[in-house]
Design a protein around this ligand. Sequence first.
Ligand SMILES: NC(=O)c1ccc[n+]([C@@H]2O[C@H](COP(=O)([O-])OP(=O)(O)OC[C@H]3O[C@@H](n4cnc5c(N)ncnc54)[C@H](O)[C@@H]3O)[C@@H](O)[C@H]2O)c1
Length: 247
Amino acid sequence: MKIALLGYGKMGKAIEKIAIAKGHEIVYKVNLENAYDFMSVSLHNVDVAIDFSMPSAAVENILKCFEAKVPIIVGTTGWYDQFDLIQEKCLKEGQSMVYSSNFSIGVNIFYKLNKILAKMMSNQEDYDVKIEEVHHTEKKDFPSGTAITLAKQIISEVNQKTEYKGRLIFNENLPAQSVKDHEILIESIRVGDVTGDHKVIYESIIDEIQITHKAKSRYGFAKGAILAAEWIQDKKGLYTMEDILNL
Ligand SMILES: NC(=O)c1ccc[n+]([C@@H]2O[C@H](COP(=O)([O-])OP(=O)(O)OC[C@H]3O[C@@H](n4cnc5c(N)ncnc54)[C@H](O)[C@@H]3O)[C@@H](O)[C@H]2O)c1
């Protein structure tokens, strides 16, 4: 495949390594510096674009690929307030797109576990639930896209919860924060160079139940993004990693 990498930062570079090892070719590497010029190139020589850029850039990049009828894999998070617009355009125009708040196979298994656990906890009124996520200090958005997906999954199963509330923490020693009964607290801790840890915690006065996912490196996200790029080649429509992994 001939790949355009939209965003050549930590993730773009991790994807490049795997793509080349699998015999694919990188035809564009786009960063903040050449993003403006990229908007005027034709994408006739591109089989798939992979976007791991910035929340503020993702939508423009998606629209550019739609215009050129190039399938796009979107790993960037923090742009989902415009999701409805992109979904409608993608389906109406017969475009090809895979998006996921997390491309790693492990996190997609974790999502499935989260749904099952939320269903089991939906009538357990003695427990309250919160989410903790830890990432490196360069991360631009909070809560992480993965934490938001986890919260939405819980909201769809647990009647009492209808909203999530994010709290950004650069100092882990801050006092605990309480939220309203209908809210799920998401604590976003930014420290060191942590790739991405997520924890869902159900707590009662008697005990605590936790499920945790820890990414050891960016390799898992990058491998999943390449898998998605290979998978979308002969398809039209809007997909997530769940469709690809068939979990
Ligand atoms: N879905 C997942 O599995 C997953 C995993 C890891 C990270 N992410 C997300 O991917 C995004 C990138 O993560 P990262 O760690 O590589 O960040 P990064 O800061 O290392 O890299 C982002 C790159 O995007 C470039 N950029 C800025 N504007 C651009 C534009 N208009 N067009 C193209 N590129 C542009 C920047 O120059 C930078 O090099 C973030 O939103 C992050 O949350 C998603």
